[in-house]
Design a protein. Sequence first.
Length: 282
Amino acid sequence: MSKALRIAHGAFGRVALLDMDYSLVRHAHPHCHVLLKVEGGDTQFVVDDAIYPLTDTSAVLVNGWQPHSYVHVPERPRTVILALYIEPEWLQIFRPGWVASGGPGFFSRPASEISARIRSLAMNLAADMMARPDCRTAHEETLSDLMIAVIERFTPWKSFPASIRELRAASGDWRIRRVIAAMRREIGEGDDVSGWAKQAGLSRAHFFRLFESSIGVPPKVYMNVLRMERAVELVLNRPQSLSDISSELGFAEPAHFTRFFRNHSGVNPREFRNVSRLATAH
């Protein structure tokens, strides 16, 4: 079973050091998502519908809302993965245009060869998280250097807008915006696809097509992203029991919540909470 070795979280988002031998379902994140191998066997991720390797010399790069999954081959050794879930607003501190990391096209390719500097920074961050889990400032400084190195190597960042005024995105279809607002209000209400289509005034099939073309993921995947991000927030920052969190998020049984959380993160919510507290225990 996969293990969480360390989890750090803050304004930057999350950084998880994961010892993986458990596949993850197709999912997405609202983050700039970077995956780097630390040690163990080579492995692979599916991004959109293609397989990309994660090795000592190659990273997997996932844009915000881009569907992906982890595929563990049972015959292969476990892999220690440094998984970065970086908030676009935090990256905006370094360059305004980097807020685009939360959407499509930020990384032009889902996998590419890393530099010696990226490898060194990733290894230093992983080692420091293990040895000094409470040194959050030092971790964030290394993470800053690592993300700058990744973006400068793997994105056409010089062509991104330098001004906030230039970042105005297309507003999208108003019917999908209305449904998304409802989905965000009703995270614990379940997956009523027919109800969402009715709210949009569309047939079920047309709603599916328009939603995925507008957002990049199907409506059920989008709702799972909302539910998972809310689950992470509650597990990390709220004192209530996991049973109460499960109920708040609309799961019929705590076991269903545990399975959902593990299938999306690789570890169960109790382990996720306990490991993350190592970074705030001192």
